[in-house]
Each structure stands twice: as C-alpha cells, then as structure tokens.
Design a protein around this ligand. Structure first.
Ligand code: TEU
Ligand code: CA
Length: 557
C-alpha cells in the first residue's frame, strides 16, 4: 500500500448547524466552530469534514445549494470561512468540504433559468421529461418519499429529483454541467482546501431512457438505474484529470449500495478516481424487508462478515473509510452499543473497533462524548425533511403514530443532529438562545466539559486511540485477519505489518464471555496498548474472561 497523509489521518465530521452557535440565534455557525478549534486540536484529529455551509434555502439543511460560491447567511461570511481555514491550517489540521453536485436547490440560478422555457440555455442542466398518460415520466420513488418527479406548469414537463422536490437532479450528460462543477471545485481548491466529501456521487450517471423500477409499492426503487450508472467512472476520471490530480487532496465518495467489488472501481489506486468511499452495507444491517424504517435486530455475525469483507477485499487495492454513524444515521452507541448502563464501556469498545481497522476513521461530532439517540414526544419537535415526509407517507398508508414514532426513535436522522453538548448550562452550552432542534435532555451528564475533566472519559480514550495511530504504523497499514469467525459475541482480529502484530479483542455485548485465543496465533508475550478495562495481571489469552463490552488491544511478540 502506498503511503499517504490521508491514510494516516483521522477525520472529524462537523454538522455546522448543530456544532456551536455564537450569536444566540439558535443556529450553529462558523464563528462558533472557530471558537472550538482548540477542543478539536486537543482531541488530536487531523482533518475536518465540514457539512455544507453554502447558500441554501435549507429544505435539506444545506444539501440543497443555491450558490456554490457563497456562504449561508446563518453560518457567517466568506471572511469567517477564511478565518476557519486559517485557524485549522495554523494548527496543522486540514479541511475538506462537502461537494453536493448530484442536485442543486430549485432556487439555484441555473434551475430558475432552466424552468423558464424549453429553449432556455440552462434547460438541459437538469433532467426534464414529458409525462406519460397524464402521469410521471417513470415510476421511480424519491429517496425522501413520493414520486421522484415534479410537474412544472410553466413548460408542462416534469423534472427529476431523487431527493426532495427542492433538490432537482443535475444532468451530468451535459458537458456544460460537468464544466461548471469542475470550475467550482477548482475555485474552492484554489482557496486552499484539502479535499472533498462527495454527496451521493455514485448517483450522477443515470441509465439512458430512465427505465421503470420494479417492486410492490406505488412508487418504485429505481436504484439500479441511477446508482453506479453507465458513465460514472468516465465522469469521475474526467473530474480527476481536470481537477483533482492537480492538487494533493483527499476525496471520499458517499456511495450507497456499493459492494466491495464496485468500490474497487472507485478507489482502485491505479484508477484515478477517488481516495475512498463510504460503504453502507453495515448501515443496512438492521433494515427489514420494508426498508430502513422497518427495523430488525442486527446480528454480530453479519456485522463481522460485512466489515471483514471490506477489510480483505480492498486490501492492497484501495482504501477503506471507517465509520458507524454520521449526520444521516442514528448514534452508534445507541444502535450498536448500550446507551444506558454500559454507555461508556460500549462507546469505547466501538471506538476501538473503528480506530484499529485498516482505513481512515471518521468521527461524527459528539461521538467522542458518547452522545445518544433522542426521543421527542411528538413529530412536531422533529425538523428533518426525510423524517416528516416518511411520517406523512406512513400515516396515509395506515400505520399508527406510535409505530412510526418507534421507527423515528431508532432510525431518524435528527438523532444525530441534536446540538453538541458542551457543558451542563442551559441548552448544553450550544446556544444562548433557542436551539433550532431541541438539545438531548441528557446534556447534564453527557457533555464535553465533564468529559475533558474525567481522565477515564470516552473523550480521553478517543484521544489515546488517535495518538496510538500516530505511533504504530501497523494500525494504519497492517493486514487484517478475522479470528473466531463464528463467535456470536466476540469480535476479534489481528493486524500485521512486518514483524509488528496487534491482537484486538472486543466483547460486543453486556454478558461476560470467555475469549480463547486460537492456537494458530502464536506469540511469546503481549503488552496492552489500550483497553477500556485494566488488564488483570497474569491474564492468559488462552482463557480470558471478558467483562461487559470489554475492548483490549494487545501487541504480540
Ligand atoms: O445522503 C444520501 C443518502 O442516500 C442517505 O444517506 C439519506 O440521507 C437517507 O438517510 C436515506 O434514507 C446524502 C446526505 O448525506 C444527506 O444528508 C442528504 O439529505 C442527501 O444526500 C441529499 O443531498
Ligand atoms: Ca448562530
């Protein structure tokens, strides 16, 4: 594996709306982020991924962009943004920006023009079609519920929107669109940023003719006609040649529905496309046949199989990203750990996993504090468009409010979007005003101030995990090998680089369990590098009693 800075980095994701409010309007902003840079430096992260801060009517919290070269008023000014970049660079940290170019806002100047007339120069920037027998051009469902098409009276045609109706899809078949995208990327790169996270980048190439999807529901999943489409790799290679290859940057593509074989095409080191992708196989592990909202219990055996497949299939070919939550997913401690009695132990255990596999770890804001899911009593307290659209659709289909709320409690995106919990003062120190989304009521016990003061906190454990990565190359580049494949409670593996060898042992549950090191793993002695419990003297790896959610990283020699 070629060595590069982004393989050796830890990324921290900031959702600006919920990070830190500086002026009391209840909305996080760039000056707020700047005021917390010392906190991030203390944690030790190398790269910040900033979710969209561009001008936006906020139908989808900034993922609907109306001007790619301007900063959203609520977040500050371009001068604030410049100060943020300087503040990061002067601390030795890097900045990657969110690139959302599968779609724009319907308030973007291109779309405002495009919808005016069929012969407008911008018409072909978007995907317009005639209706079929008085209905939508095809039967695709929007990822945010309902049809993926919106009728527009002015020209008596429909436009495609895979997400909300205020997020029309760009037409990547149009060379001018691609040129616009490359220009705006260059504009930001020339300001000195260090890369991009690319929103649903595997959806930009659609199959010609936009064929109907299949399925039971009224509107159907058209995924196979817009995910990993026919020209996707051509577009990404062009983008790389025209833009990315001219800079030393990292890129991470958000690619729902991609398998490791497909991922190798995006991140293969000789392919000239992306540095890494986010895979969602592990995020679908608790989705029932009805989709993400019909939650079914996940199993450790599936989890290990998926994670291990990505570890081994990409090894030597391309690079992995490592994450278990983000701004679209529930909090990982609530989903894969225990957010009650063993919150601290399980959060550290999951952190141990993420920071000792091959790939670049991504920490989502608040993860380092063990922030948890939230349960608001009524739908009105939720803000997320996906959640609201789903609520309405499922109500119309006759599902009970109680049932739908249960889905939201386990899977809703606002679980991750409640404001950062900085201290025990009102609204967790996030704002002096009224927060745009209610702060999780557990902020009095779970907050950064408390965590910084407690040497045994999740925060300090993460800090040490990040430090370890800097000290041991094997953590970054070592080969991964799964042990005890069929064990239903323990996740264990080795990492090997030259003669350096690590053994990672994780009890994924609250029940104590005995770990027995397979005879195939020979060693003379071991040394604990990190663990969420002290290791009793004389512990034998051949028979080791694991406590609830115990995690141990041992160096074998
Ligand atoms: O998400 C894309 C996506 O397909 C899902 O992760 C989605 O958010 C949803 O949870 C599926 O059920 C990206 C962004 O991360 C998300 O915040 C945006 O809403 C979306 O694209 C549209 O830009
Ligand atoms: Ca503000």
């Amino acid at each position: 594996m070629k060595k590069t800075w982004w393989k050796e980095s830890v990324v921290y994701q900031i959702y600006p709306r919920s990070f830190q409010d500086s002026n009391g309007d209840g909305i996080g902003d760039i000056p707020g982020i700047i005021s917390r840079l010392d906190y991030l430096q203390k944690l030790g992260v190398d790269v910040i991924w900033l979710c969209p801060v561009y001008e936006s009517p906020n139908d989808d919290n900034g993922y609907d962009i109306s001007n790619y070269r301007g900063i959203m008023d609520e977040f500050g000014t371009i001068e604030d943004w410049e100060r943020l970049l300087d503040g990061l660079h002067s601390r030795g940290m890097k900045l990657i920006m969110d690139l959302v170019v599968n779609h724009t806002s319907d308030e973007h100047a291109w779309f405002v023009e495009s919808r005016k007339s069929k012969d407008n120069p911008y018409r072909d920037y978007y995907i317009w079609r005639d209706g079929k027998d008085g209905k939508e051009p095809n039967n695709w469902a929007s990822i945010f519920s309902g049809s993926a098409w919106k009728y527009d009276e002015t020209t008596d045609q429909y436009y495609l929107h895979l997400f909300s109706k205020k997020q029309p899809d760009l037409n990547w078949e149009n060379e001018k669109v691609r040129r616009e995208v490359y220009d705006l990327m260059t504009w930001w790169l020339d300001k000195g940023i260090d890369g991009f996270r690319m929103d649903v980048i595997n959806m930009i190439s659609k199959v010609e003719g936009l064929p109907d999807g299949e399925g039971e529901s009224k509107y159907k999943d058209g995924g196979k006609y817009f995910m990993n489409g026919p020209r996707i790799h051509e577009f990404l290679q062009e983008m790389n040649q025209e833009v990315l290859s001219k800079y030393d940057v990292m890129t991470v593509g958000e690619t729902p529905g991609v398998s490791p074989e497909e991922a190798a095409l995006y991140v293969g080191e000789d392919r000239g496309e992306l540095s890494m992708v986010f895979q969602f196989e592990s995020m679908d592990i608790d989705s029932g046949p009805g989709g993400k909202w019909f939650v079914t219990p996940w199993k450790l055996l599936d989890f290990k199989r998926i994670m291990s497949k990505w570890q081994t299939d990409l090894d030597g070919k391309g690079w992995n990203s490592l994450f278990l939550n983000n701004h679209d997913q529930p909090r990982m401690v609530s989903r894969f750990g225990d957010d009650g009695k063993y919150r601290k132990e399980s959060a550290k255990m999951l952190g141990t996993l993420l920071h000792t596999m091959q790939g670049t770890p991504f920490i989502y804001q608040g993860e380092e504090l063990g922030m948890t899911n939230v349960k608001f009593a009524t739908i009105e307290e939720y803000q997320d468009i996906e959640t609201h659209n789903m609520f309405n659709e499922h109500r119309e289909a006759g599902r009970s409010v109680e049932d739908i709320m249960a889905s939201i409690y386990s899977k809703g995106r606002d679980n991750a979007r409640t404001p950062m919990q900085w201290d025990a003062t009102a609204h967790g120190g996030f704002t002096a005003g009224t927060p745009w989304l209610v702060v999780n009521p557990n902020y009095k016990e779970i907050n950064a101030e408390e965590a910084m003061a407690d040497p045994d906190s999740i925060f300090h454990y993460y800090r040490r995990l990040i430090e370890l990565r800097k000290q041991h190359e094997v953590i970054v580049y070592g080969k991964y090998k799964l042990l005890l494949e069929d064990h239903e409670h323990i996740y264990a593996y080795t990492r090997t680089l030259g003669d350096e060898r690590l053994l990672v042992i994780l009890n994924f549950f609250a029940t104590p369990v005995t770990f027995e090191l397979p005879a195939s793993v020979g060693y003379r002695t071991y040394e604990q590098l990190i663990g969420n419990y002290e290791l009793p003297e004389g512990t034998r790896l051949e028979q080791m009693e694991l406590r609830p959610y115990e995690a141990q990283v041992l160096r074998l020699s």
